[in-house]
Design a binder for this molecule. Structure first.
Ligand SMILES: [Zn+2]
Ligand SMILES: [Zn+2]
Length: 456
């Protein structure tokens, strides 16, 4: 613990008051200034902290005081191994927490209380209390280009006999482009699909000072700073192209494909950005659902599973209502019942296809470059259960189609096909929920060797 110079009590950064405050005597300190017992950012270029490694998922969390880390915020494991002090390069910037833990929990509870199909265990206070404030390392990029550029344009002029005449133009102009605010997380444990959903307001970043971290954790960075430089350049280049095309001279002189911009000013820095992390383990301890709150903006990202008992009760109530409505207002003939079954079967088939694609993307992490940069052995796996459920939904659609085509005299065949088809549709929707729950959760990791330095 970092001790108060006055009384020896514990110092923590206070989010509401934006000061470092003594838990014991209440003395406040300006976080931008050096406190007698803390290290000032300007004192060295290194950030020193004690690292706790998770023996289940391999995450490395740092503390800067004496607080022991008793569980892993990324996987919920309690097998945290305290290792020695480590030093990392001082980050350049920090965005301090602006939301406190109580506000974070309130945001999450509001969301979860609205979601009626969420399993009850996710709502327990014991679970929700495990939100922890963590500073995550981000790569912060600044790009610029200053200089002349030249484009070619061509415009139709007139026709003479068999010839079409075009005027060619050479467009010369000066570009002064500056891009700031492109940042990407440098932690492989923090999936990009989450970080992209809760962006930061970078205009509020401050020069780094370790005082802001007192009372919080930090993630030890494990993705190289330049991993996302290409992404930043692509994003900036795409924006440049859009802006150039919106200049009306480009259309006037017939330039629709401006050449790519090559940024000549590239600045790559690192920042510590604040997040609240909660990893909720499923009852069978096999999966994790994440809830992550942006510590600056308060925006929440979470992917919630559906509880099977709640789903079954919900479907039964809905079926009863539909049954009553049909019975009281309209009478369907056997052909119409068959057609309705085809409709349900096709909806199931479409959802199956969409899920199969997302599942395959998820398993290969094809949407996360940071993770891929530390984990090079991801392979594409054919998902057998996806194929089976697509087959089931295909049969459920085919069955009533065949009966309709054959058009037998007995009504019984139509009803039989419709009931058979709807039975398969129900089975299919059960599979869909199972896969939804897989999609919104992460398999509990077994410690994987993380390539590179660790094995060396
Ligand atoms: Zn004190
Ligand atoms: Zn862990």
């Amino acid at each position: 613990m970092i001790k108060c110079p006055n009384c020896g009590g514990e110092l923590k950064y206070n989010v509401q008051e934006k000061v470092v405050k003594c838990e014991h005597c209440g003395t406040k300190f300006n976080p931008k200034e050096k406190i007698a017992t803390t290290k000032a950012a300007s004192e060295g270029t290194n950030l020193e902290g004690k690292v706790y490694s998770c023996s289940q998922c391999g995450a490395n969390l740092m503390t800067f005081d004496e607080t022991a880390i008793t569980f892993c915020s990324y996987c919920g494991s309690q097998a945290m191994i305290e290792s020695k002090m480590i030093t990392q390069n001082n980050p350049d910037f920090i965005i301090p927490f602006e939301i406190n833990k109580e506000q974070c929990i309130e945001t999450f509870k509001k969301k979860i209380n609205k979601s009626i199909f969420v399993p009850n265990y996710m709502k327990s206070d014991l679970v929700v209390d495990k939100f922890r404030g963590i500073y995550i390392p981000y790569g912060v990029y600044k790009l610029g280009y200053n200089g002349p550029k030249k484009e070619k344009g061509s415009k139709y002029s007139h026709r003479s006999g068999d010839y079409e005449y075009y005027n060619d133009y050479s467009i010369n102009f000066d570009v002064d482009a500056k891009y700031e605010g492109f940042s990407y997380d440098l932690s492989s444990k923090f999936y990009d699909r989450y970080s992209q959903a809760i962006p930061f307001d970078e205009t509020k970043k401050l020069p780094f000072n370790p005082n802001y971290i007192l009372g919080f954790y930090a993630d030890a960075k494990d993705v190289e700073g330049n991993t996302y430089l290409d992404n930043a350049m692509d994003d900036a280049a795409a924006d440049y192209k859009k802006r150039i095309l919106s200049v009306k001279e480009m259309a006037r002189y017939g330039c629709s494909k401006p050449s790519a911009i090559k940024f000549d000013q590239i600045e790559q820095k690192t920042g510590m950005f604040p997040l609240y992390f909660l990893a909720i383990r499923s009852k069978n301890q096999k999966n994790i659902n994440y809830a992550i709150v942006n510590g600056q903006t308060g925006k929440l990202v979470t992917e919630l599973p559906v509880s099977y008992p709640k789903y079954i009760i919900g479907s039964l109530i809905l079926s009863a209502i539909i049954f009553l409505l049909i019975n009281s207002s309209l009478i369907l003939n056997p052909q119409e019942v068959c057609s309705a079954a085809i409709g349900f079967a096709i909806i199931g088939l479409i959802i199956n296809f969409i899920q199969a694609i997302s599942l395959s993307n998820r398993e290969t992490h094809s949407d996360d470059e940071g993770l891929q940069s530390v984990k090079k052995d991801s392979k594409i796996k054919a998902n057998v259960t996806s194929i089976v459920s697509i087959l089931i939904s295909f049969i459920s659609a085919l069955l009533p189609v065949l009966v309709l085509a054959k058009n037998p005299a007995e009504d019984l065949y139509f009803y039989g096909a419709a009931i058979g088809s709807l039975g398969l549709v129900l089975l299919n929707f059960y599979n869909i929920i199972k896969k939804h729950n897989e999609l919104v959760s992460t398999k509990l990791p077994q410690l994987e060797k993380r390539g590179g330095d660790e094995s060396a």
